[in-house]
Design a protein. Structure first.
Length: 113
């Protein structure tokens, strides 16, 4: 195998890698639209999370304009309850005082004492 054969093999490899890198930059910059929404444009915010057992959590997550109570384990994520947002302030963020009372709020919304 001569040096010319090695160069003939390496040049297309570099060209393909550069082309793939260019496509990656293009997709990151302009995104891909699925169902009319740009991927990654869904606003997800983890409000609070509480560990109930090792590797098992209950989390309150805000997705777009919905509050969801999720049970999160190592193997799955389960929707426990969908909470209603207050009518008067749908875009108001949750304060630190409300975050500290996560367990109390969870019990109240699930109907527990």
């Amino acid at each position: 195998m001569s040096l010319f054969d090695i160069i003939k093999t390496v040049i297309p490899l570099f060209f393909i890698v550069a082309l793939m890198y260019g496509v990656l930059i293009f997709v990151k910059k302009y995104g891909i639209k699925i169902n009319g929404n740009k991927t990654g444009s869904v606003h997800i915010n983890v409000i609070s999370s509480q560990m109930i057992m090792p590797k098992k959590f209950i989390s309150v997550v805000k997705v777009e304009d919905k509050l969801l109570v999720l049970g999160v384990s190592e193997q799955s994520i389960t929707l426990l309850k969908e909470l209603n947002q207050p009518q008067d302030s749908p875009n108001q963020s949750i304060t630190n005082n409300e975050r500290s009372n996560f367990l109390d709020s969870l019990k109240k919304n699930l109907g527990l004492k």
